[in-house]
Design a protein around this ligand. Structure first.
Ligand code: ZN
Ligand code: ZN
Ligand code: ZN
Length: 371
């Protein structure tokens, strides 16, 4: 789809990228697949065998090397970058090499195919290579007002689907996880998403696998059902997890859920500007540890979100990056008892100078359903 972002925003982003390149000693930036490219140009490259790559010299014009047959998909922005189309018999890596000129330190996007990077390395053996995150993290992790508005809109759409789940509008008992997953996916589209990124539906013991693939397991009365779903709406992602229980909640699940509820709220509240990212993880984990479930909380507490469902910054022990206004990330602690059940509670949060602002507001309790 065409970008809704004005050309002036892309120009500002490119100026900021160049300032980061100067600050970090990067001479040139090369971006192929993935979301750094659309962040700077509005164009998301197709993950095919032909090379598309944006070359940004710190002090020269940015050029988008692109197969000629895909060039019509690009919205031209002459004040931001020029288009360098290549024909089927051209060597696009040689073209990139030429545009890189005398650049010594080159920052490379994470999702550039190795088949092209390996050839480029051979052409420029004395260059130094670093990851594009060195340049791009400071830009992409701090969302501007339009990006936050897009995340809020996507979150509200996901909230409406979660509310339908909690209201019992989505039949569960007697259907397979895969059927419910397809139902949730259709509802994400109906609520305004253009694309579904995932719709995990995990019943009973399957919920103990955090990234369970919804399958042909039939959902039964008397068990917990974990639903974790999200998609992309106008280029920005949603991601929410809610659990429901079919029929009366057994004591072990009720006790654990009370801990999970408290842990998630503590993680949200910890996200104040200046706190290290790992502080969010520590806040949620402390509650779960204190209640004795620590060994069953097997993943980090959260991930950044934006154009990608998972991106920097990560809310994990060891990440000392201070939270800044405009950071958007998930807070999603979980408790997983192998062979029995699992549970997770997830909201997206935006850090502001006035404290953490959750994007998701759907009921955080374990809602009991009768069908
Ligand atoms: Zn996940
Ligand atoms: Zn999720
Ligand atoms: Zn998530």
């Amino acid at each position: 789809m065409k970008s809704l972002t004005p050309e002036s925003t892309f120009r500002t982003r490119l100026d900021r990228a160049r300032a980061e390149m100067a600050r970090t000693g990067v001479d040139a930036l090369i971006l192929s697949l993935g979301h750094d490219l659309p962040y700077l140009t509005g164009y998301l490259a197709m993950p095919l065998e032909r090379l598309t790559v944006l070359v940004v010299p710190r002090d020269g014009e940015a050029s988008l090397i692109i197969p000629r047959l895909e060039a019509p998909r690009v919205t031209e922005m002459p004040t931001v970058f020029s288009i360098a189309p290549w024909n089927e018999t051209d060597d696009p890596v040689a073209l990139a090499h030429k545009l890189l000129g005398a650049a010594r330190t080159i920052a490379v996007g994470d999702q550039m195919w190795s088949r092209f990077l390996v050839d480029l390395l051979a052409l420029r053996p004395s260059s130094t290579y670093v990851r594009s995150v060195v340049v791009m993290e400071a830009l992409r992790s701090r969302k501007d007002v339009d990006e936050i508005a897009a995340l809020v809109a996507a979150g509200a759409a996901a909230d409406r689907v979660a509310a339908q789940l909690q209201a019992g509008d989505i039949a569960l008992v007697g259907r397979t996880e895969a059927e419910v997953s397809a139902d949730i996916s259709a509802r994400l589209i109906a609520e305004g998403h253009q694309k579904v990124n995932f719709a995990i539906v995990a019943a009973g013991e399957n919920a103990a696998s955090p990234h369970h693939d919804a399958g042909d397991r039939v959902i039964r009365f008397g068990e917990i059902v974990l639903c974790d779903f999200g998609g992309s709406m106008n280029g920005y992602c949603s991601d929410i997890t809610r659990c429901v229980h079919l029929g009366e909640v057994p004591t072990d699940i009720a006790d654990a859920y009370a801990v999970l509820f408290e842990a998630q709220a503590a993680g949200v509240a910890a996200g104040t500007v200046g706190t290290m990212c790992e502080g969010v993880d520590a806040a949620s984990r402390a509650v779960i540890d204190a209640a004795g479930y620590g060994e069953w909380f097997v993943h980090r507490t959260g991930h950044g979100i934006g154009m990608e469902a998972h991106e920097d910054p990560y809310m994990v022990k060891g990440n000392s990056t201070p939270i800044a206004a405009g950071h958007a990330y998930s807070v999603e602690p979980g408790i997983y008892i192998p062979g029995k059940w699992g549970m997770r509670l997830e909201d997206i949060v935006v850090a502001t100078e006035n404290g953490p602002q959750p994007v998701n507001h759907t009921n955080h309790h374990l809602v009991v359903l009768d069908r």
